[in-house]
Design a binder for this molecule. Structure first.
Ligand code: HEM
Ligand code: HEM
Length: 289
């Protein structure tokens, strides 16, 4: 898929979600904003109540969308032959699309009443969607191959350049600046312990101070200004790569914990959904069939 085709793909998916949400809201705003006691007398009650033609239909279609979104994505990850139907990245985007639209439809299915044991399923669904948003954020922080495989620490480390030989071969540096640059751009011994949010900001200022200190030292030792600029750029690139390497392991660990937190909510949702469907079928609700 070319970059433009991908943009159109994402735009279409987002557009569908927005249009359907606005339509459902517009269609039912008068009914949903009526108090629970008075809804019975509302003209749209027969259609929009959770067992009404539209309300019930939204529950069934929304649930089907979620099931297709979850099992489709899991199947794509497990079975190699599905790879010919598109990159994992596109399937994840489709998973997010179906698993956002499905819960929105279910929200309208409940007609904004969250009673009974099925509310456990509803709130678990909300938790899965919320954690999905966080998971997506972590997911995009981890460098991957085109096929969607996470790059290992060694592979990202392999992107580091041999700054030692570049400095030796291309510039005439004094011994103390040379040693200081090598020391500052060395990977910290404990990669993987890199802190996240607050650490990122502290690290940015620390790196700025390191670059200024090294530039001062190069100036004192009369390196020509164009060379100072080139060496500073090299130092900045190396520091930025070091940070990515440090954060990579934190992000990968965080993503592992995220998986552990995400799955149980999806399972709880599924279990209570099965009970809910069994109960409504026992009570004889058959939708249009
Ligand atoms: C995750 C999926 C679902 C959730 C979270 C959900 C949630 C709910 C909620 C909160 C209610 C309102 C309970 C109340 O009146 O206080 C409800 C009612 C209902 N749901 Fe669902 N539902 C889901 C899927 C389904 C499916 C797949 C079906 C159809 C097989 C279905 C059929 C019904 C029916 C018929 C009612 C009305 C029951 C009555 O009036 O007593 N729901 N649902
Ligand atoms: C009811 C809604 C949802 C359900 C039931 C659900 C369920 C799942 C399940 C079971 C997995 C695990 C797949 C695996 O381990 O291979 C998964 C993965 C994932 N989901 Fe969802 N999800 C939902 C909504 C969302 C949303 C709204 C987002 C993002 C905004 C999202 C983002 C992700 C991400 C980033 C992954 C990890 C992909 C990977 O590691 O390959 N999910 N989801």
């Amino acid at each position: 898929m070319s970059q433009n085709a991908h943009r159109i793909y994402v735009f279409t998916l987002v557009g569908i979600v927005v249009v359907i949400t606005i339509y459902l809201f517009y269609q039912g705003v008068s009914y949903y904003s009526t108090s629970l006691e008075e809804r019975f007398y509302h003209a749209d009650h027969a259609m929009l109540k959770p067992s009404g033609v539209m309300g019930h239909g939204l529950g069934i279609i929304g649930t089907l969308l979620i099931l297709i979104g979850v099992f489709g994505y899991i199947a794509r990850k497990r079975y190699g032959f599905l790879a010919r139907f598109g990159r994992l990245k596109y399937w994840l985007e489709f998973h997010i699309f179906l698993c956002t639209l499905g819960p929105i439809m279910i929200l309208f299915h409940t007609a904004f009443k969250f009673g009974g044991i099925v509310s456990v399923s509803f709130w678990s669904m909300v938790a899965v969607v919320a954690s999905g948003v966080i998971g997506r954020f972590i997911y995009i922080q981890i460098p991957r191959t085109i096929e969607g495989r996470e790059l290992s620490l060694a592979e990202v480390k392999g992107m580091k350049i041999n700054i030692e030989s570049i400095l030796k071969n291309s510039y005439t540096l004094d011994e103390s600046s040379y040693t200081a640059i090598l020391e500052s751009t060395q990977l910290p011994a404990r990669t993987g312990e890199g802190s996240l949010m607050s650490g990122v900001i502290n690290k940015y200022f620390e790196d700025q101070r390191t670059v200024s200190r090294l530039k001062r030292s190069l100036r004192e030792n009369r390196l020509p200004e164009p060379d100072i600029r080139k060496v500073s750029k090299l130092i900045r690139n190396e520091l930025s790569l070091n940070n990515r390497i440090e954060r990579l392991q934190s992000m990968q660990n965080l993503f592992k914990y995220w998986h552990v937190a995400h799955l149980p909510f999806a399972l709880i949702m599924l279990v209570f959904l099965v009970i809910h469907v069994a109960v409504v079928l026992t009570f004889g609700f058959k939708w249009i069939f």
